[in-house]
Write a protein of this length. Structure first.
Length: 217
């Protein structure tokens, strides 16, 4: 369990540094780009603690990196040059005076804590010395399904919103005709896939992590 709390310390350190940067530029929505990177950081800490990595561990780390970097890059590009996200403006208004200090734990600390809790299945999956099996194959299949829905859904939404004529309209074509939020559905599938890797490693009890992620989505 020591390595699990080491991951929390690492996440909180990065969150704190990001908070300092946000205070300097007076913009806090950058935490959205950081959110998925918290999980990659946790996976890296777990990998260091594991020492020699099994085939399952290397597969899980690769998939976490693929999901994390893709999502962070997408959000960064989407928000680049844009004003503060309306959600953070609303949070700021509700927590004045003193939002600058409060944002350390309301925005950055809370998201870091949630990411740490949800990363729980990654620890047994990465520390498992056994090789991939049938459950791992099911996990990979579910991850691929989720990744397609998340990535394609984000791309379709971005293309839709880039057309001024679509302002005020609802996207109901492509993957968006099958589910109201294919990107959310995809990310939920991805975290259930990571839980399946933990199940294959004997840690079914980490089911609270995908349940929490699904609830947040």
């Amino acid at each position: 369990m020591t390595i699990y709390f080491t991951a929390l310390a690492a996440i909180m350190l990065v969150a704190g540094l990001a908070w300092v940067g946000s205070v300097l530029v007076n913009k806090y929505s950058a935490v959205d780009s950081l959110w998925s990177l918290f999980f990659l950081l946790a996976a890296a800490v777990f990998a260091v603690g594991a020492g020699e990595l099994s085939e399952r561990a290397m597969l899980v780390i690769a998939l976490v990196a693929l999901w994390s970097l893709r999502l962070s890059l997408y959000i960064t590009v989407r928000n680049w040059g844009e004003p503060e996200d309306y959600r953070y403006e609303a949070i700021r208004e509700k927590n004045e005076p003193g939002f600058v200090v409060k944002s350390l734990y309301i925005v950055f600390g809370l998201q870091g804590l949630l990411a740490w809790i949800i990363s729980a299945p990654l620890l047994p999956a990465i520390n498992s010395g056994s090789g991939p099996g049938i459950i791992d194959a099911a996990a990979v299949s579910l991850f691929v399904l989720g990744f397609i829905f998340a990535a394609v859904g984000d791309w379709q939404l971005s293309r839709f919103k880039s057309d001024p004529s679509n302002k005020g309209k609802v996207l109901d074509t492509g993957l968006w005709r099958y589910t109201r939020h294919p990107n959310y559905f995809g990310n939920a599938c991805i975290w259930w896939a990571f839980w399946l890797f933990a199940v294959a490693a004997g840690a079914w009890w980490t089911i609270f992590a995908p349940l929490l992620m699904t609830f947040l989505l």
